[in-house]
Design a binder for this molecule. Sequence first.
Ligand code: TGC
Length: 388
Amino acid sequence: MSGAIDPLDLLDLDGSLTDEERALRDRVRGFVRDRVLPDIEGWFERGEFPLAIAKEFGALGVLGMHLEGYGCAGRSATEYGIACREIEAGDSGLRSFMSVQGSLSMFPIHRFGSDEQKQQWLPTMATGEAIGCFALTEPGAGSDPSAISTSARRDGSDWILAGHKKWTTNGTVSDVAIVWARTDDGIQGFLVPSGAPGMRFEPLSAWSLRAAARSELFLDDVRLPADAVLPGAVGLKTALQCLTEARFGIAWGAIGAARACYEAALSWTTERVQFGKPVAAFQLVQAKLVEMSLEIEKGMLLAMHLGRMMDEGRALPEHVSFAKLNNARASLRVAREARALLGANGITLDFPVIRHMNNLESVVTYEGTEEIHTLIVGAALTGLRAFD
Ligand code: TGC
């Protein structure tokens, strides 16, 4: 037995990464250290998505990185997960930008688009020159996307889209929207270039994911040519397939945010002296730190196992739900514990904790709430669907 304990990765889980995976981790971690951490509190406080960073993400090679061809990096699912973890250690809003771009915008074009659509959009989306968004959720249809009311009707060979979408990350800075609408043939996906007459994004104000471009979308009889439809995106199942991709990234990313909170708490409690000794010397504080480390390492094990399953083509949507449910929930708990350990300082932007905690309130809710993922796993265990 040899080697020292790394308190940030007690089980040395990253020791099981390949050299290539570790190199990617270090590159993305370095980017977050140099480019994100110096400015993130300001972006969050001002509610600003730093648009210039899109091309920097492109140069880093993390946009649509798990897709093959059309300028995409063709990396593994595990590598995509590692990048999500490192970006989200910086901020969940920036990881949301990356997830919405790669998993919710580029993935549907790559999986369901025509060759022309792929040629038109994927290379510039991989470099961050073009930005995509995913418009499924509506004010009246969140957990139950089968109830969306946005419609797409035929007018000759054209399509006319009408409806209202909400919680559309990247919307106000996007060049193209993947819009899901009800047609005579069921729910279908459309590629809608931003700026199409009748299309309007508005910023959404919220106290979470403030460094992301949180938006809603109004479609007022937007006329689109026949080839705006994604030919393979027919049926709710295809929209849900995109969510599976994004949920995978969340399962990894949330652990990055938890790690950042834990790191801040560990550093604070070992330095902060009260009653004549560092507060980390008190049993109640140690118990909290140990719980945090346990949750982070268990979440990492789960994410890594899921990554390998994805890469072997064995992962089912239920497996992804299991990991998203556990890791988003565990990370939020870690963030809340870290906030408590920092005392009053925990609510200031002098430390990253309250920002991560507020962000994780979204992460535990979006792309399938805690309750929905519990019911998905419940149905997998029992064979009985509680949401019918
Ligand atoms: P259900 O009958 O269960 O399924 C219909 C078909 O789809 C298949 N399927 C999936 N396939 C791939 N991945 C998944 N995750 C899938 N879930 C289901 C299923 O096998 C079936 O296939 P087939 O061949 O039998 O037809 O559909 P349901 O309507 O009963 O819904 C079930 C439920 C509740 C699990 C589903 O609706 C659900 O996952 N709800 C949560 C929706 C959600 O996550 N919404 C958030 C969207 S994200 C967003 O808009 C804002 S965040 C993004 C941003 O920040 O911009």
